[in-house]
Design a protein around this ligand. Structure first.
Ligand SMILES: C[S@@+](CC[C@H](N)C(=O)[O-])C[C@H]1O[C@@H](n2cnc3c(N)ncnc32)[C@H](O)[C@@H]1O
Length: 365
């Protein structure tokens, strides 16, 4: 590097100058140059250069007075390479101040020397990088869930554990609503009948959850299915709200016999409707006893993830790896799999698959 002559000003005030040599044609930043300091016999220089796209900077300084005369280092590419010039200058200035402290350590400096050291330190401070203000990222908003057929709040308890917040709860039974409110006080919309609920009541909803009434699908019930005059149609109300709210995902729960009701046609209808709303839907029968509850209860879970969410996901949803009783798969981009040869004949279910490879079990990415 060709070094420019050091300013020889003899003024009492420090002389600070930068001598760029030659400027980059691209962005007008000098490719190499030096910053000079001179004060009352003390001289310092920080030289900089660009090397293979990186910046290097080195310092030299000299006291002409007192017990020591100089502390100089050659410019070397062994010093820290920096991505930008400001960092390189700062690095050299910091090392210079450190070297000066080491050189003067143990020496009783006279007033003049002390003044020179202070002035040089002050000069070095100018290379402190100005803090760049990184635009603050908005804090991720918690997911908002809508709790349909909320009962006393089984889904609410689970959702709360994940950090999701309740957008609203819908429950017909007054006593259950009272218990729910005591279990989960909060600022959410309540509605007493899903048939009266409309999407606009709840604001943005990311997840819909609900255990729609099961009596008409249950083996212990009347078996009327969708034809039950009160309960049967409540799935369609659920689907209406899912369609209008277009949440990222939903999780519905019902009795395991939903899978066999009407020779599987009831579940077919449910899956057809939910798939037509734009969701990849999977079902799985799980036993609550295997998830820390003091009961032996089989329940079918129906999980849907909206296509727009799946488009950004690298892994499909998978149910928990506690041995599921049965798992059905609705056509998705991953395709259908044939039933395993040991499939139980109890089940007249058409879509049964081997389990997918271990993946995330989260409802959202
Ligand atoms: C299977 S339970 C859900 C239990 C709930 N997951 C819990 O953790 O308590 C079904 C619930 O749906 C409620 N329900 C029945 N008909 C309803 C309707 N038309 N609108 C809203 N809720 C209704 C029932 O009162 C019952 O609490």
């Amino acid at each position: 590097m060709s070094r420019q002559s050091v300013s020889r000003s003899a003024s009492a005030k420090p002389t600070v100058s930068a001598t760029p040599v030659p400027a980059s044609a691209v962005n007008n930043v000098p490719k190499q140059g030096e910053h000079l300091f001179e004060h009352d016999g003390v001289k310092a220089v920080i030289q900089f250069a660009q090397h293979n796209g990186q910046w290097i900077a080195e310092f030299r300084f000299r006291f002409r007075c007192g017990p020591f005369h100089s502390g100089t280092l050659p410019l070397t590419i062994n010093c820290g390479h920096q991505a930008n010039l400001q960092n390189a200058l700062h690095d050299a200035a910091r090392r210079m101040v450190h070297a000066m402290a080491t050189a003067t350590k143990g020496h009783q400096l006279n007033k003049r020397q002390q003044k020179a050291v202070d002035a040089l330190t002050l000069w070095a401070d100018q290379f402190e990088p100005t803090p760049t203000t990184v635009p603050s990222q908005p804090a991720p908003q918690p997911k908002r869930f809508l709790d349909l057929f909320s009962g006393v709040g089984g889904f609410h308890a689970a959702m709360k554990k994940t950090g999701a917040v309740c957008a609203g709860s819908v429950e017909l039974d007054a006593a259950a609503r009272k218990t729910y409110a005591e279990n989960f006080p909060g600022d959410y919309v309540t509605c007493d009948d899903i048939r009266k609920a409309v999407a606009s009541m709840f604001g943005k909803v990311d997840i819909v959850c609900g255990g729609f009434p099961c009596q008409s699908f249950s083996q212990a019930g009347d078996g009327e299915g969708f034809d039950h005059k009160d309960k049967g149609a409540l799935f369609f109300e659920t689907a209406r709200l899912i369609g209008d709210l277009a949440p990222e995902s939903f999780i519905l729960e019902n009795v395991e016999a939903l899978g066999t009701h009407g020779d599987g046609k009831t579940l077919d209808t449910i899956l057809d409707i939910l798939t037509d709303l734009g969701y990849a839907v999977q079902t799985c029968v799980l036993n609550s006893g295997e998830f820390g509850l003091a009961q032996n209860r089989l329940r079918m879970f129906i999980v849907g993830i909206h296509d727009r969410v799946l488009a950004n996901r690298t892994t499909p949803f998978e149910f928990p790896r506690v041995a599921p009783m049965h798992q059905w798969w609705w056509p998705t981009s991953l395709g259908l799999h044939p039933p395993p040869s040991n499939a139980s004949s109890r089940w007249s279910v058409k879509r049964q698959i081997q389990r997918p490879a271990p993946t995330a079990s989260k409802l959202w990415p």
